[in-house]
Design a binder for this molecule. Structure first.
Ligand code: ADP
Ligand code: MG
Length: 699
C-alpha cells in the first residue's frame, strides 16, 4: 500500500479564478496526483500525491510551466506578512508608474488635440516609435494572452489584444496605446479588488501563532510553533497570545476568544479550563498543557475551512463562468459583423475593447469572499458561497433540542425510586454507566453523582446508542440509562416531564429501578432570534428531538413552533429528506454532536457553539463558533445581502455591456473611449461588493 503525501505549495501570480483553474489543471495532469486544491486568497496549492510517482520538484515545474511562480519557502513554514521591497518589485513599480505617467500625459495631449488646444503634437511622433511604445506597455498582457491561447483558453484580454492589432493595422497607434493603457489600469483595478476581498482571509492567517514559550528541562525557551509537541507545557504571560490548544495547568486569566468566536467579551480561564490557540490571555498568566498544535487546533481548522470555502465555488459563479464562455464568442461575432457590414475598422476595434467579460467573472467571487471574510471575523464560518445561496432561499428551519435550543447544561433535579431501590443506588449505577458518554445528560448524571459524593463503581463494556441512551455491565448486571423506549419502562415520571424535564430511565437487568429528572434551561435569546428568522422569510420552524413527547410539547409551546418528539438521529435525517422531496430548502440547526447526519443531509446544516468540537466543524456547512442564537438570523441576513449584491453586479455589468457594445458597433463610441469605459464596471463591482465587508454586527 502506498501512503499519500500532502504538500502545501505557495503559488504567486494568480489573480483570477481562471488562473486557479489553469494551475489546478496543470498539476492534475501529472501522474500520481491524487487531489489538487488551489486557493486564490492564500495563494497556494494543496496537493496530495503518491510519492512513488510524483515529487514536489515535478509539481513545482508544472506550476512554473503554466506561467506562475513558486517562491522558495524557508523551513519555518509559515512566514507571512510584509516582505522587504526587492529589486524586481522595485523595477516593476518604477515601470508601472512611468507607464502611468506616460499614459496620463498621452491622454491629456490627445484630449487637448481633440479640443483644439494644441496643434497635432502626436502626429510628429513617427509611427514606428508609437508601435514601440504600444509594444512596451502591451508586452505583459500579450504574454498572458499568448499563454492562455497556448492552453486553448480565451481570456477577456484576448479580444482587446485583437483590438490593439486592429488599431495598429489601420495605423492608429495612439488608439492602440490608449487601449493598452486602460487594459493595464483595468488589470490593476482588478488585482486591487481581489486583494481587498482576500485581505479578510489574510488578516486571519496573519493571526496564527508563530512561536511559543515552552518548558524544556525546567527552562523557559522560546521556540517556533512547529517545534511544540502535544504534552509540552507552554507558558503564556499576561497580554500574550495563547499559541496552542490545551488545558490550563496553573494560573488564572481572562481570555479574549474573539479570533475564534467573534465574541469580544473575555471568558475566565483557570486550572482545568480548555483554551484555544490564537486567543489572548488578558489580566493574568497561564501554564498550559498542550493538546493540539498548528493546523490541528481549532484556529487551524477555522483557517482551513475559510480557505476551502473559497475553493467551493458558488453555483452563481459557475453560471458566471458559463456566461463568459458564451459572452466572448458573441462579442467576437458582433465585431465580425461590424466589420463586414460597416467596413469600419475603428468601430470593430471599439467593440473588441469595450466588452468586459472579466466583470462577469468578478461579479460573484468578490461578494462571496467579502461575506465569508466578514462572517469569519464574527465567529460564523461559511464553508462556501453555495451555502449562502441556499440560505437565501431557505424556507424551512429544523432545530435540535438538547444543546441547541437549551443551554445543554442540564441538572438532575429529581430522582424517582422504583421497585424498592434507593436514590443512592440508582444514582450510583447511572453514574458508573454514564462514565464515558459525551452527551450533556451524561454530564448531568456525573455531576449529580459527584455532588452527592457517590463513589464511582467499576464498570465494563460501555455502549452508547445515539438518541436512546447508554448501557454498561456493572458488577455482573446489565445497567441501562436512557429514554423510556430504550429502557422499555412503562411507568411515567408522575408529571415531571410535563414541567419540561427530560426523564432518564435507569434499569438493571431489564427491570426499571428509577427515573432521573433532568432540567435544562432554554436559551434566553431564542424567542427573539426565531422572530427575526420568521421575518426573514422562513415559514416553517420545527423542533426535532429525541426527548419525550411532553417535554418537547412544553418547550415547543413556549416558543410557538411545531415539534416532533422521540426521534432517533436517523429519523431526523428522514424528516429532512421528506421536506426536500416536497421541494423545500431545509436549514437544520444542531449542536453537531449526535445530529451530524441530519446536519449533513440538510441543504444548509448549521452547527452551534462548535469551537473545540471536531465532528460539528466537519459535518456542518456553516459553523457558529459560539453559542449565540442571534448568529442564526445574522447569517440568514448575510446570505440575503450577498445574493442581492451579486444580482446587482450582474445586472449592472449586463446593462453596461449591452450599451457599450451597441454604441461601439454603430461607431458612436470611438475606441479610445471604449477602452476607457471598460474599466468602469470593475470599479462598480468593487464598490458594491465591498459593502459586504462591513456587515452590521456587534464587534
Ligand atoms: P435531542 O434530539 O434533544 O438533542 P438526543 O437525540 O441527544 O436529544 O437524545 C434523545 C434522548 O435519548 C434523550 O432525551 C435521552 O432520553 C436519551 N439519551 C441519549 N443519550 C443519552 C445518554 N448518554 N444518557 C442518557 N440518556 C440518553
Ligand atoms: Mg442533540
Amino acid at each position: 500500500m502506498t501512503t499519500l503525501q500532502r504538500i502545501e505549495m505557495p503559488v504567486r501570480g494568480m489573480d483570477c479564478a481562471g488562473c486557479c483553474n489553469s494551475v489546478q489543471r496543470s498539476i492534475a495532469s501529472l501522474p500520481g496526483i491524487e487531489s489538487v486544491d488551489v486557493f486564490l486568497a492564500s495563494e497556494k496549492a494543496v496537493v496530495q500525491f503518491d510519492p512513488a510517482q510524483a515529487d514536489p520538484a515535478v509539481i513545482r515545474a508544472a506550476v512554473e510551466k503554466a506561467g506562475y511562480s513558486v517562491p522558495a519557502e524557508d523551513n519555518t513554514g509559515e512566514t507571512k506578512g510584509t516582505q522587504p521591497l526587492n529589486a524586481a518589485a522595485f523595477t516593476r513599480a518604477v515601470l508601472f508608474f512611468s507607464g502611468l505617467i506616460f499614459g496620463v500625459v498621452l491622454l491629456i495631449v490627445v484630449a487637448g488635440e481633440w479640443l483644439g488646444l494644441f496643434e497635432a503634437v502626436t502626429e510628429r511622433i513617427p509611427f514606428a516609435v508609437g508601435v514601440v511604445i504600444v509594444l512596451i506597455g502591451w508586452y505583459p498582457v500579450l504574454m498572458n494572452v499568448l499563454r492562455a491561447t497556448w492552453n486553448r483558453e480565451v481570456i477577456s484580454h484576448t479580444l482587446m489584444s485583437v483590438g490593439v492589432v486592429a488599431a495598429l493595422v489601420v495605423g492608429q497607434w495612439i488608439t492602440a496605446a490608449i487601449v493598452v493603457f486602460f487594459m493595464r489600469v483595468g488589470d490593476y483595478v482588478e488585482t486591487f479588488t481581489a486583494e481587498r476581498a482576500r485581505r479578510a482571509v489574510k488578516d486571519l492567517t496573519a493571526l496564527a501563532p508563530q512561536t511559543a514559550r515552552v518548558l524544556r528541562n525546567g527552562d523557559e525557551v522560546e521556540v517556533p510553533i512547529v517545534q511544540v509537541l502535544a504534552g509540552d507545557t507552554v507558558i503564556v504571560r499576561p497580554g500574550e497570545q495563547i499559541p496552542v490548544d490545551g488545558e490550563v495547568l496553573e494560573g488564572q486569566a481572562t481570555v479574549n476568544q474573539a479570533t475564534i468566536t467573534g465574541e469580544s467579551m473575555p471568558v475566565e480561564a483557570g486550572p482545568g479550563s480548555n483554551v484555544f490557540a490564537a486567543t489572548i490571555a488578558q489580566l493574568g498568566g497561564l501554564r498550559i498543557r498542550t493538546t493540539r498544535v498548528g493546523a490541528d487546533t481549532t484556529f487551524g481548522k477555522v483557517i482551513r475551512l475559510v480557505e476551502e470555502a473559497e475553493a467551493n465555488r458558488a453555483d452563481v459563479q459557475r453560471l458566471a463562468d458559463r456566461f463568459s464562455s458564451y459572452f466572448l464568442p458573441v462579442v467576437a461575432a458582433i465585431a465580425a459583423l461590424t466589420y463586414l457590414i460597416g467596413r469600419d475598422p475603428l468601430a470593430t476595434a471599439a467593440v473588441l475593447v469595450v466588452a468586459c467579460s472579466c466583470s462577469f467573472a468578478l461579479a460573484t467571487p468578490i461578494a462571496v469572499l467579502a461575506s465569508i471574510g466578514a462572517g469569519a471575523r464574527r465567529g460564523i464560518l461559511i464553508k462556501g458561497g453555495k451555502y449562502l445561496e441556499l440560505l437565501a432561499k431557505a424556507d424551512v428551519l429544523l432545530i435540535d433540542k438538547t444543546g441547541t435550543l437549551t443551554l445543554g447544561r442540564p441538572q438532575i433535579t429529581d430522582v424517582v425510586e422504583l421497585n424498592g431501590r434507593s436514590r443512592e443506588e440508582i444514582l450510583g449505577l447511572a453514574f458508573a454507566a454514564e462514565r464515558y458518554s459525551e452527551h450533556p445528560l451524561a454530564e448531568a448524571v456525573r455531576q449529580a453523582g459527584r455532588d452527592r459524593g457517590i463513589p464511582l463503581l467499576e464498570a465494563q463494556s460501555f455502549a452508547a446508542t445515539p438518541g436512546m441512551g447508554v448501557e454498561a455491565t456493572i458488577d455482573g448486571s446489565r445497567v441501562r440509562v436512557g429514554n423510556r423506549r430504550f429502557v422499555e419502562a412503562n411507568s411515567d415520571g408522575t408529571g415531571l416531564e410535563a414541567a419540561g424535564n427530560t426523564l432518564l430511565y435507569v434499569s438493571e437487568n431489564e427491570l426499571p429501578i428509577g427515573i432521573l429528572a433532568a432540567a435544562d434551561t432554554p436559551r434566553p435569546e431564542v424567542p427573539a432570534a426565531l422572530q427575526q428568522v420568521r421575518a426573514l422569510g422562513i415559514k416553517e420552524i420545527r423542533l426535532l428531538t429525541g426527548d419525550n413527547e411532553s417535554t418537547a410539547a412544553t418547550l415547543a409551546g413556549q416558543l410557538g413552533i411545531d415539534y416532533q418528539a422521540e426521534m432517533l438521529p436517523e429519523d431526523k435525517v428522514e424528516i429532512v429528506k421528506e421536506y426536500q422531496r416536497r421541494g423545500h430548502t431545509v436549514v437544520m440547526v444542531g449542536d453537531g454532536v449526535n445530529d451530524a447526519p441530519a446536519l449533513a443531509q440538510a441543504d444548509v446544516g448549521i452547527a452551534m457553539g462548535a469551537a473545540g468540537t471536531d465532528i460539528a466543524m466537519e459535518a456542518a456547512h456553516i459553523v457558529l463558533m459560539r453559542d449565540d442564537w442571534a448568529l442564526v438570523p445574522d447569517v440568514l441576513h448575510i446570505a440575503r445581502r450577498t445574493l442581492r449584491v451579486v444580482k446587482m453586479n450582474f445586472g449592472f455589468t449586463t446593462i453596461y455591456n449591452l450599451l457599450g457594445l451597441s454604441l461601439a458597433a454603430f461607431g458612436i463610441l470611438p475606441p479610445i473611449f471604449a477602452a476607457a469605459a471598460q474599466s468602469i464596471p470593475d470599479l462598480g463591482i468593487l464598490a458594491n461588493s465591498s459593502r459586504l465587508l462591513r456587515q452590521k454586527g456587534r464587534e
